[in-house]
Design a binder for this molecule. Structure first.
Ligand SMILES: Nc1ncnc2c1ncn2[C@@H]1O[C@H](COP(=O)(O)OP(=O)(O)OP(=O)(O)O)[C@@H](O)[C@H]1O
Length: 225
């Protein structure tokens, strides 16, 4: 993984929400923490082209997100804070397959890959269920499956354990820890990122701490006090 922010800033209209930032991200697990409204989601959305910089540049594995946001989105899968917003088709297996058929993969091949990804997460029983009837944890796993089935090089999670009970939180945390590719995790759940090799702390649109989890979490505790 090679993500580069070069003097990248972000404003919504007149409002600057991320100050110019230059950094490289290469670690397999990267956490992003900070108070509400500090700019975490905005930063994460810049990585896969959901947002493009107001100034400067972001590249993901060599892809300039502003020049080719669709390619950036294929490279970096994004799991939204509210996965129900990500679902298009009503039935789980159909929705997961859509990511493949929309890329030109045939129906039979797509069905095979969907079956494999459901087995990998132990959620085969959900295949014919209606997405809108799923619990929060089931929905998080389905959203993860629907992103991973398209084989992105890395996965960005925006508050993946928000609103989950302990059992589902563990399922999602295990899925993140066991992921076979780099993950970037925006979270208020500090235990989730506590053993990550790198954590970024945002405060009022600025990156104010960057390093191994323990030290950055201590800095966050001071900011929050
Ligand atoms: N589409 C938008 N238009 C205008 N302002 C926005 C938009 N999205 C976010 N903002 C503002 O940008 C700032 C940073 O928001 P962002 O969602 O990046 O913060 P966050 O750290 O992820 O917050 P939280 O922990 O509450 O999810 C906030 O003040 C927010 O109100």
């Amino acid at each position: 993984m090679d993500i580069r922010f070069s003097a990248c800033s972000l404003s919504y209209g007149e409002r600057r929400v991320l100050e110019p930032l230059t950094l490289d991200l290469k670690e397999e697990r990267i956490g992003i923490i900070g108070l509400n409204g500090s700019g975490k989601s905005s930063f994460a959305r810049l990585i896969n082209g959901l947002q493009v910089p107001s100034s400067g540049m972001v590249t993901v594995n060599g892809i300039d997100t502003a020049a080719d946001p669709a390619a950036a989105a294929r490279e970096a899968g994004f799991i939204f804070q509210s996965p129900q917003n990500q679902v298009i088709l009503p039935v789980v297996a159909d929705d997961i397959a859509l990511g493949l058929t929309s890329r030109g993969i045939g129906k039979a091949q797509a069905a095979e890959q969907v079956g494999a990804i459901l087995r990998r997460f132990g959620i085969e029983a959900l295949a014919r269920r209606r997405v809108h009837e799923l619990s929060g944890g089931e929905l998080q796993l389905v959203a993860l499956a629907s992103v991973l089935v398209t084989e992105p090089s890395l996965v960005i999670f925006d508050e993946p354990t928000n609103q989950l009970d302990l059992r589902n939180r563990r399922k999602v945390a295990d899925a993140i820890h066991g992921l076979d590719r780099p993950a970037i995790v925006v979270s208020h759940d500090l235990a989730l990122i506590a053993d990550f090799p790198r954590v970024l702390l945002f405060h009022e649109g600025r990156l104010i701490a960057d390093g191994a989890a323990a030290g950055v979490i201590r800095a966050y505790e001071q900011v929050a006090a």
